[in-house]
Design a protein around this ligand. Structure first.
Ligand code: SAM
Ligand code: FES
Length: 351
């Protein structure tokens, strides 16, 4: 009985990979509603109806990697490349702080221009100017020494999606130079250093099967991350996956619900990609157990250059517009954005 499996997941916070696969395969609108109702209840036990804001600063779209799905991949000669200066990044934080953001997410391609020295200077500058804010990094794979140096400079959180927990599937999404083993190693190192860590994956990426998704969920069970970022795969016209179909909001929402039951105190964003394939995607993500939104703080003149996939929302909006838009969207479904760092209520066991 499928509802009983969901009850078991709620009680034990784990299932077997076969059980996850069965739930995913046999899901229905009725089962989803049963799941979401529980997911909302659990999320409210830990976080009430608060929604945490993260200000996303997309500070470089240069990337040395060539992931087949990504619009800013190295081989995309049509991408207009840009980098923000430290002053521009601080200006985004300034604006963000005024708008009530207390977490800044520095995200970018894997860009060697941002050496450890440059990054540490940026992290220190943000920390000294905004001591009550948290800094999240999302800059891909670096050495453990580099991760440690950023942590010591004041970055406390790190987002690195594992993308898929199946090694063969991983090699269908990435060139040979990238391996799942090294992704996973980075995640364990980040955790060990003491970061609040976020992993995650795309839903509906080319070649993804139910068994792959079940492995993703088992990997979350093992890693016990403080954050999980999932969103639908959406094709980008200048990539090898241009003609592949998008993932669905429906499956993404179902997985969000399962993740909330597995990791009751997890920080779970309703992502921009979810808002891109469904105009009500972010609201639905919150109603499926999510508790984080990540509006864009990047300067408007670079927004349409950080195009990971086609039709990305909010590329023409000012930070203030997104901030107010999100506030309204959350209020209309019974939640409210809060001015807070929004730390994980899960202690990092490794630190
Ligand atoms: N370079 C850093 C990294 O690899 O973690 C951060 C930037 S990377 C562009 C951020 C995330 O965007 C990836 O982890 C991936 O899951 C997501 N992404 C890239 N292309 C996408 C696409 N076509 N559809 C949906 N999500 C995509
Ligand atoms: Fe950007 Fe709605 S969040 S316009």
């Amino acid at each position: 009985n499928l509802k009983q499996l969901i009850d078991t997941l709620e009680r034990d916070q784990k299932l077997s990979s076969e059980e996850y696969a069965l739930l995913i395969e046999s899901r229905s609108a009725e089962l989803s509603e049963y799941l979401f109702e529980k997911a909302r209840r659990i999320r409210e036990q830990h976080y009430g109806t608060d929604v945490y804001l993260r200000g996303l600063i997309e500070f470089t779209n240069y990337c040395k990697n060539d992931c087949y799905y990504c619009g800013i991949r190295r081989s995309n000669k049509n991408a207009a490349r840009y980098r923000l200066t430290k002053e521009q990044i601080l200006f985004c934080c300034e604006e963000g702080y005024r708008l009530g953001f207390r977490t800044f997410v520095l995200q970018g391609g894997e860009d060697g221009h941002f050496s450890d020295t440059v990054l540490i200077e940026i992290i220190r500058a943000i920390k000294s100017r905004f001591p009550d804010c948290a800094i999240t990094l999302s800059i891909g794979e670096r050495t453990a020494e580099s991760y440690r140096a950023y942590y010591e400079a004041g970055a406390e959180r790190y987002l690195l999606r594992h993308e898929t927990a199946d090694p063969d599937h991983y090699s269908k999404l990435h060139p040979e130079s990238m391996t799942l083993a090294s992704r996973k190693q980075c995640l364990w190192e980040l955790k060990q250093i003491g970061y609040q860590v976020g992993c995650g994956f795309m839903v509906g990426s080319p070649g993804q099967t139910t068994a792959h998704l079940a492995s993703d969920l088992i990997f979350l069970q093992e890693l016990q991350p403080q954050m999980v970022g999932i969103g639908p795969f959406i094709p980008h016209h200048d990539t090898p996956f241009a003609k592949e179909p998008s993932g669905t909001a429906e499956l993404t929402l179902f997985l969000l619900g399962l993740i909330r039951l597995m990791l009751p105190a997890v920080l779970l964003p309703a992502t921009t990609a979810l808002g891109t394939i469904d105009p009500m995607g972010r609201e639905k993500g919150i109603l499926a157990g999510g508790n984080v939104v990540m509006p864009n703080l990047s300067p408007r003149d670079v927004r349409d250059k950080y195009l990971l996939y086609d039709n990305k929302i909010c590329t023409g909006d000012e930070a203030a517009e997104c901030r107010h838009c999100i506030e309204g969207r959350m209020n209309r479904v019974g939640y409210q954005v809060v001015v807070a760092r929004g730390d994980s209520k899960l202690i990092n066991q490794e630190s």
